[in-house]
Write a protein that binds this ligand. Structure first.
Ligand SMILES: [Zn+2]
Length: 258
């Protein structure tokens, strides 16, 4: 890298909250880690405490793919068998400016959004539930012979909560303040879609709750919160987006420009 492009971080907006499962959630793990005698489709767990979690990459990937769809972004980059996504180097792309480019792809601007892994709250699942999951039998029916091929699918049950969810959105230019509201829109798209697998068969409906914003500003990294943007549902936070943008802009963007 020998271009002397200046990148200045004005501040960050940190969105925290809780993810509540409305239906069972299956985020699978690789077959390589299957235990002998285990279910065919185990959920991904933290190897240390064995609690299921939602990988930040799964949540961010879902947000990105839905955001690509509503923007009609060109699907131009193959990332393996049968999977094509959108990647470009336009600095004002509504997808890439927020979500970046996967892997080693060069981007025109720094990626704005970081999504952390979200741990499960163990108290949110009744103690009668073994290992925090239900095992659902699924059967694929042979269309000719009617023979069933049953397999077990592990899901975290409906009602479980995951948190704290944390998303960090970096502001490098004034337009980024407005861009943050696109993150909230992507979360709305996820609420009406699903996380993880088996979505078309009912799994993975989630809601984002108890949302709060923290803004950290400048080299001093001073921290700001506001009661207007704390303990909100996603719907309420979206309804406040005008006020929200004004608040963040007032904190982060230096008056009179850079
Ligand atoms: Zn793009």
């Amino acid at each position: 890298m020998n271009n002397a492009k200046q990148v200045k971080l004005y501040g960050r907006v940190i969105l925290t909250g809780t993810i509540r499962l409305r239906t069972g959630l299956h985020i699978g793990t690789s077959k390589d880690t299957l235990e002998i005698g285990g279910v065919d489709g185990p959920v991904i767990r933290n190897p240390v405490d064995r609690l299921p979690y939602i990988p930040g990459s799964s949540l961010k990937g879902k947000m990105r793919s839905l955001w690509e769809k509503v923007n009609g972004a060109e699907q131009n980059k193959s990332i393996g068998k049968d999977v094509t996504i959108h990647v470009c180097s336009k600095p004002d792309c509504r997808v890439c400016s927020i979500y970046g480019a996967p892997g080693e792809e060069a981007t025109a601007a720094p990626t704005r959004l970081i999504v952390r892994d979200v741990p499960m709250n163990p108290d949110s699942v009744p103690s009668t539930v073994v290992d925090y999951t239900e095992v659902k039998w699924e059967a694929a029916i042979d269309r000719v012979t009617s023979a069933a091929s049953p397999r077990q699918m592990e899901r975290v049950p409906a009602g479980a909560t995951f948190g704290p969810m944390e998303m960090v959105f970096s502001i490098y230019m004034e337009e980024d303040v407005q861009r943050f509201t696109d993150v909230l829109r992507a979360l709305q798209l996820v609420e009406d879609d699903f996380l993880g697998g088996q979505g078309s068969r009912g799994s993975g409906k989630v809601s984002f709750e108890n949302l709060a914003l923290t803004v950290k500003v400048g080299a001093e990294y001073t921290e700001h919160t506001d009661d207007r943007f704390r303990g909100k549902s996603l719907k309420d936070l979206v309804a406040l987006r005008g006020e929200l943008v004004e608040w963040v802009r007032g904190l982060v963007v230096p008056s009179g420009g850079a």
